[in-house]
Structures are given as C-alpha cells and as structure tokens.
Design a protein around this ligand. Sequence first.
Ligand code: G6Q
Length: 535
Amino acid sequence: MGNGKSGIFDTEAGRCLQQLARQPYDLTAPESLTSGGRLEKYVCRSDSLRLLYSTQRVTDQVIDALQELADECCLVEQFRQMRRGAVLNRIDGWPSENRQVLHTSCRDIFSSSPAEPSAAAQAKDNLSQLKDFLGDLETGRISNALGEKFDTLIHVGIGGSDLGPRAIYESLRAFGRSDRKVYFISNVDPDDAAAVLEQVNLATSLVVIVSKSGTTMETLANEQIVREVLRRADLDPRNHCVAITGEGSPMDNLACYLRSFHMYDFIGGRFSITSMVGMVTLGFALGYEKILDFLQGAAEIDLLAEEPDIRSNLPLLLAMLGVWNHTFLGYPTLAVLPYCQALHRFPAHLQQCDMESNGKSIDRLGRKLTHQSGPILWGEPGTNGQHAFFQLLHQGTEIVPVEFIGFLQSQRGIDVEVSGTLSQQKLVANLLAQSVALATGKQDENPNRRFPGNRPSLLLIAERLTPAVMGALLAVYEAKIVFQGFTWNINSFDQEGVQLGKVLATRFLICMTEGQKRHDSLESKLLQIVLEKGC
Ligand code: G6Q
C-alpha cells in the first residue's frame, strides 16, 4: 500500500466503505434505476468505450469513498510510477523477481515524450524489425525453399504466451487477411499439436515458437513435435521456425531459427500481448497498420489511467467497483460476459491475467493478508450463457457481479431482419434485459418464479469491436488488475503459485523414465496405481 499500511480496512476510506456496505443501494426499490438521473449520471467515458454502472449497488457517497480509497492507496501515483519504470514486481525483504513492470511501454510509441524512454525506444525498434519482417513475407523475400510465400502461421506457446495472443486474434479475425490462416498449439496433450498439424500445408507454414523463458516444458515438447513433422515432410525446420523469447534464453539461438524477436524481463507473460509475443502473430494475420491501431487504442487508455478523478478514469472506476463488490460486499466471484462472439476467448485470457496476478495471500512485505485478494473470474459469451448458467445468476444463492461487454454494431455487418429486428438488435436487447433483470428482480407470489434482484452488473459498451477498440478494452482490463493489486497491497506481477506443480510433474517424469526404482516414493506409488491396466 502506497501509505505503508498493511490492509485495506486500516484506511479511513476502507472503514467508511465497510459502514456503507452494511446498507448498499437497493436496486429493487421502485424507480431505483431512473430516480435522480441515475442512468445518465452513472456513465464514465473514454474515447471509444462507455462504462454504464447505474446497475451497481452504489451511491454518490460510495463513489466518493472509493475515490478516497484510491487516493489513500496512491493508486494513480503508483500507476504513474509503474509506467515510468519503478521496480514494482517485488516482495520487500524477500527474494523475489525484483523487476520493473513495463508492458505499457510496448504501446508508448506514439508520444514524443514516452513515460520510460529506453523501454519505449526498444518497443519501437522491435516494431520496426517486425515491419521489415512482414514486408519481406509480403514481397516473398522471405519464402519457403520453393520460393512460395508463407500463408499460414502456427503459434506455439502456453499461458501468457498463448492465451492473450489467441484471445486477441480471435477477437479481430473479422479484420484478418483472407489469404492467411493462423493456428495455435499450446497444450502438451499431443492431440493438440496433431489436430493442428493434420490440417495445415506445412510447406507454406511459419511456426512461431513463443517462450519468454525458453524453458517451458509444454512449448519445448510441442516445438520438437512440429520440427519432427517438418523433417518428415522433407522440410528444414530452420527455414520455418521463428523464435520469440527472452534475450539470452536457451531459445535465443539464431542458428536454429529463421528469425528471432525478443521480449524482456520487465514484461510479464500475461501482460505481454502488446509485445512481440502477440504482435508477430497479429501482424501476420491483420497487417502492420491494424496492429498500430490496436496499440494506439491501448496507449490512449494507459494515459487515461493517470487521471486522478475516478469518475473520469474508466479503468480506475472499473477497478474500484470491483473492489466494492468483492472486498466490501463480499461477492467471491466475477463473471465477465461479452455479448460478442469474437470475444469468446477473452474471458479465458482475463481469467489468467486477473487470477494469476491477484490470486495472492501475502502483501508486498511478505505479511499474511487480512482481507481477500482477487476474485474468481469466469465467463462465456452471451447470449449462449443465458441458456446455460444464467439460472444461477438470477436465482442462485451465490451472488455473482457481472461485467457485460457489448457493441452497437456487429463486426462483419452481415445481418438479416427477422420478426422486425436484426440479430445485432436482438443481441443488444438481451444484454440490456439481463442487466436490468439482475438489478431489479421481480416479485411473484410463486416463490419459484421470484427474482430477488440486487445482483450488481455493469456494461462496457462501444460502437464496434475494431482493432483500436480491442486495444482499449485490453488496456482497461490490464490497468484494472494493476489498480486492484495496488489496492489489496499485493505484488500482481509474479506467479510463484505455479511453481510447485511444475516441480512435482518433473519428479513424476523422472519416475516414468527411470522405471519404478524408488518403490517407496509417493510419486512411484501413485504412478503404479494410475498406470495399472484394465481398471
Ligand atoms: C504469465 C506466466 C505464465 C507464462 C507461461 C509460459 O504471466 O508467467 O503463464 O506465460 O508459463 O512461459 P514462457 O513464455 O516462459 O514459456
């Protein structure tokens, strides 16, 4: 916490919010949404997005207290320091990654005075290398052994080296080049690679291997599968494989790759989409100009996130509404529900970005937290979800705050009027209906048909999901996660919690390769039981 206090409840604003949380705004009262100009008042704007939050259980007093909490925790000041290169990825007094957090530099390329000039210069340099590479693919200067152009890209990576690039690629496919295809391989399940490799023309495929560490078991295994399949097709893997990796990593060896792009310690995997981790694949799919639009959208939000007024700072407001729901009203999960098919992988990306960042139990001094850290995040696109889990959202015993994301226009513009309305209108009508139904509920003498209401939601709305809007949406969520981590006083930028499983998996693999030498070990006993045939 910027003020050195250990817990959110030690702050004056925290105590005030605890009081206010005893009697949150009643969304089920008559005219609860329309009185006092609430619908019009509770709207926050960025250049391309609008956040509508009248369906949250908040009042002006709550928003004022959230502003005070943001100020007491120095959230905006810490965000400014982050963008300027402060070493925020650390636990004071304990060995930790001890790194800067500069994913924002990847898009700080439009201003003449970037927040951290050397990282921004590096980002510009990488982009110019990428521009040349894409140009060479276009002209055929880089081609396969037969001089044919590459028309397919296979992106191999996992976790942060997969989820974000995949989610953004899916979200912008409508803007993709029709002459190019992109596939992803991530899981160490050999069927994942096999399913992709059996449907591509390997001869015209580029394989982009993405691993910041260059040591990730799944990615190295998948790389070898792809290389072997290339060799079996009489193709030289070196002429097809591109590496995206950390400088000096075991993969940073140009002798094995057609081309290498670098990423840096100061960009965490789950925050790396706007680095070369995402840009090479997106540049191939969309073209260079569109990735610049995407980066510009993100850059605009990074600047907005430095605005101190919560009512004008959309990512800060989103973050603090989340803190209100989770920390003060006590709702343990959060559903992000895009009413947009193109965003079908976005909740999966946010699941990693949010839960790996804020799923922590100690503060930035290594002390046990005295409050909850991040919520469990989940989601699926609407309207599909309405025919699945919305029953629980409306009538279940668990209250789940919802963040709806919607667009007024479709991406592809192909739509037909059925029963007097377009499908896009049906989509938006459903989105609005769900938000109102969750808030106001419905009385009925039949208890089975009663909707309790008071289930908070908000709407993130834009005109159309373009590359620039997607960049903005991504940066909003990245900044939200960072602001919440600062509020909960945790280090959002490491992921020690994923290490233990990796170590144990290696022990099982050793057991598998060495046979059952150590018959008494847990690993050996469990393996024997699992591998027993015919069970
Ligand atoms: C993300 C995490 C993690 C990481 C993967 C892949 O923030 O660090 O999900 O991205 O484990 O790591 P590599 O890129 O090093 O292969």
